[in-house]
Design a protein around this ligand. Structure first.
Ligand code: NAP
Length: 505
């Protein structure tokens, strides 16, 4: 039975024999879909394990009002699958999800996806030189190569507030921004939004018109730059579709503008003061109240936390129905939220726009390598690290997409994903070429790479900008972002270097 045939039907748990394939991909977001296309192109048999019932990853999960991408769509899309008719420069979630669905159909990938397959552990068998991968419903999959396309922004983080259980037991509703409960009607309700990151600034202006009152709980203000997101005229879309070179030129323009910001973030953080001037102007033009302006003005270097873009956020805040609350949340009650000043505000709906488990997200799958070595234990002890963010010393044939230190603060992660899927594809081909069963990077190559990377990161705005962000782990080490320009990452991954690896025959 081919993998595609096996994947087509999901037999009852008890009847299941282990499913064999050459490569297993976890997740069907941009990473998983891109990797599937790469393996298909290379003729490598593969299967995608997806925990949910549809493809799309973060663009399937995040359906909150106003959800959009903050990187322009002509760049936030596969270079090999351009879409000339993006309706907005910064597209909204449904259009991005439709794009991914379209790519999936075009390449016939759906038949390789096993839905409802939540991977919870993987174990390398040294005798067989194969990964045994287990799903939480008892399924077992055996593969030579294991590729995680799970990414770092898929496990919602809800802080442990005192009294939250009492509130949840009451009549009020509560949900995370990435798990928006569309059955809850917020019209005419008192709504609390907790957090002022990338998700919150899109939610606030979208819901303020409908609610009775909006309490916005801000711990740290964000730098928010102006962003007019008008529809792209149809005439322009036709030009992109029909005039050779125009779409590519658009993509290149977007790419280099973002790289310029990346240069400031990684090499010359002082240049980001220019961005701060624009951010302050953005506040001034929308907010009349001096005290509110003060609350909204960050005291750290722009770029230290993700720079946000919106023409509507401050307008949403200026709405008389919005109250920006900067007192710390002390506790929840069965019907409201009490801040550190002792004041209780009644609330009907709470939206946790409080981000994701990031540096600890890689450990959600229990991965055991040769001799049962636990990758989670190693990473908990040493910090998460990989060679080029993709392969891990001592862990044969294991690949991470958007793994350690390959997320971005300034450009499209789809660009990074494309570099990684190409590299992983080359690595798999190198195993075959060598007549080997497996490869893993040497500890020496991995350590040298990470020493250099951390050295470069120490001068970036993420370390020097005077803020605390999810880019840093609990020891203050940046384990999430790439240290330089994205073309440097492209160069570093363009050719798989076999001398950095050991092969097992
Ligand atoms: P986030 O950037 O991590 O923001 C979380 C917010 O919650 C922050 O304002 C944080 O305050 C606040 N918070 C956390 N714990 C809190 C607590 N105990 N009390 C009060 N406030 C608390 O999360 P996000 O907005 O969901 O965005 C996460 C990432 O997803 C983004 O950086 C971006 O990479 C991605 N994203 C992208 C887009 C896009 O357009 N492409 C859109 C949405 C999200 P502090 O700042 O003080 O920690």
């Amino acid at each position: 039975m081919t993998v595609a045939e096996q994947a087509a039907g999901t037999p009852a748990v008890d009847d299941r024999a282990p499913v064999h394939t050459r490569a297993l991909i976890i997740g069907s977001g941009f990473s998983g879909i891109g990797m599937g296309i790469e393996l298909q192109r290379r003729g490598v048999d593969f299967l995608i394990l997806e925990k949910a019932d549809e493809i799309g990853g973060t663009w399937r999960d995040n359906t909150y009002p106003g959800c959009a991408c903050d990187i322009p769509s002509h760049m936030y899309s596969f270079s090999f699958e351009p879409k000339p008719d993006w309706t907005h420069m910064w597209s909204f979630q449904p259009e991005i999800q439709n794009y991914l669905l379209g790519v999936t159909e075009k390449y016939g990938l759906r038949r390789y996806v096993r839905f409802g397959a939540h991977v919870d552990r993987a174990q390398w068998d040294d005798d067989e030189q194969r990964w045994h991968v287990f799903t939480d419903d008892g399924g077992e999959f055996i593969a030579q190569f294991l590729i995680s396309g799970a990414g770092g922004l898929h496990i919602p983080l809800i802080p442990e507030f005192d009294g939250l259980d009492d509130y949840l037991a009451g009549d009020g509703a509560a949900f995370h921004s990435a798990q928006w409960d569309h059955d809850v009607d917020i019209t005419g309700k008192r709504v609390a939004v907790i957090g002022t990151g990338a998700s919150a600034i899109q939610i606030v202006p979208e819901i303020v018109k409908d609610v009775a009152g909006l309490q916005l709980y801000q711990r740290t203000p964000a730098w928010v730059m102006p962003r007019p997101n008008n529809p792209i005229p149809e005439g322009m879309q036709r030009v992109f579709a029909n005039v050779p070179g125009t779409r590519a030129a658009m993509r290149a323009g977007i790419y280099w503008i973002h790289e310029a910001v990346g240069f400031a973030m990684t090499k010359q953080p002082c240049l980001l003061k220019l961005g701060e001037l624009m951010g302050k102007w953005n506040i001034r033009r929308s907010i009349k109240d001096r005290e509110l302006r003060r609350k909204l003005t960050p005291d750290y270097r722009a770029g230290c936390k993700r720079i946000l873009n919106s023409d509507t956020y401050y307008r949403g805040i200026a709405d008389p129905k919005t109250e920006v609350i900067t007192d710390r949340i002390a506790r929840f009650t069965p019907s409201g939220i009490v801040t550190a000043d002792g004041r209780e505000r009644p609330v009907d709906v709470v939206v946790f726009a409080t981000g994701f488990h990031v540096t600890d997200s890689y450990t959600y799958v229990d991965i055991k390598g040769p001799d049962g070595e636990d990758l989670v234990d190693r990473w908990n002890a040493e910090g998460i690290a990989a060679l080029r963010g993709i392969t891990v010393a001592g862990m044969p044939n294991l690949f991470f997409l958007l793994g350690p230190n390959t997320a971005l603060g300034h450009n499209s992660v789809v660009f990074m994903i494309e570099s990684q899927i190409r590299y992983a594809g080359q690595a798999i081909a190198a195993v075959d070429r060598a007549g080997a069963q497996a490869l893993a990077p040497t500890r020496d190559a991995q350590d040298r790479y990470n020493d250099e990377l951390q050295d470069e990161l120490s001068g970036t705005v993420w370390s020097t900008g005077g803020c605390r962000s999810w880019y840093l782990d609990e020891h203050g080490v940046n384990r999430t972002l790439w240290s330089g320009m994205t073309w440097q990452y492209w160069l570093a991954t363009r050719r798989f270097n076999a001398s950095e690896y050991t092969f097992t025959r």
